[in-house]
Design a protein around this ligand. Sequence first.
Ligand SMILES: O=C(Nc1ccc2c(c1)CCNCC2)c1ccc(-c2cn[nH]c2)cc1OCc1ccccc1
Length: 341
Amino acid sequence: ASSEYDVIRSRYHLKETIGSGGFAKVKLATHLASGEKVAVKIMDKRALGDDLPRVKTEITAMKELVHQHICTLYEVVETKHKIFMVIEYCPGGELFDYIVAKDRLKESEARKFFRQILSAVAYIHHKGYAHRDLKPENLLLDDDQNLKLIDFGLAARPKGGMEQHLDTCCGSPAYAAPELVSGKQYRGAEADIWSMGVLLYALLCGFLPFDDDHVATLYKKILKGEYEEPRWLSDGSCDLLKQMLQINPKKRISMEELLIHPWVKKGHSGTVHWNSKCEKNNLNTECIAEMAEYYGKTKDDMMTIVTQWHYDEITAVYFLLLNNFVRGCRLKLPPRSSLGE
Ligand SMILES: O=C(Nc1ccc2c(c1)CCNCC2)c1ccc(-c2cn[nH]c2)cc1OCc1ccccc1
């Protein structure tokens, strides 16, 4: 299988495996051209079986969803048996582990994270996607303690738009909305709002609002919608949770109302900015200039090449430069001769 790794090894120095989930393993790696750290998610198509469509869904979604609080897909390398996804490096690990380590978060820290989650989810809803598996395990921390949403394997982009109902029951039970667990038709955006309510509860309390070892009992608790309000929760937090954890999706708070909710705005200058700072349709000219010099092209030619978005080496270099630009640090590419073409 070593030949399967030839292309990825020609561009990245693969290091230790840091996580292996169901059908994928995640290795740390360094991008040879820039020295930047990345994560490489490696999947074997034979082992994937009928999970292969889920990977295709994730890749399609991640190509379209480019946002400061969504884990950036840099490059995809597909060989006979393997799929390699080169993804943004998130050394802070999962938000889940962060909450467990701190027991529970102070309201101000929970708000900081919740605003970032809202930003990412408002953006994907705007792009016509529902995530459908929102939970702390699917939110990673980068090296600036900012959240990055991952795992779009269950993301749905209903053909008829976000008003259309979805059928497949999926996601993690404890975060699933009542209409979803009762097998009814549901709207992706409304189900995502419920999951964010469960997420906010977990941030503020350090445990889940609905939990049980037996799934059937868990479902009953979700359908009843009753949960404990620990004494440390402020009135503002309780009110917001009540509006998000409404059993009836029609009565549940909407994304628009969430973005301007007093609890969400408290202590922050403005409402939540959910527009992408790194949309593919307005290229960062400084990154293009840097790449034009590196590849010996004119800026116009470089612009044309990048906007083909082949998710090959060129796309990776552009996004790696952009990620540093957004974080305010310059990424100088070494003269090409040092790489030896
Ligand atoms: O960069 C990622 N993870 C990651 C990188 C470095 C370190 C850690 C974690 C924590 C463990 N100590 C070493 C430091 C990383 C990036 C993207 C994705 C990813 C994006 N879509 N799908 C997967 C997954 C990633 O990881 C999974 C993980 C591994 C160990 C624990 C926690 C999380």
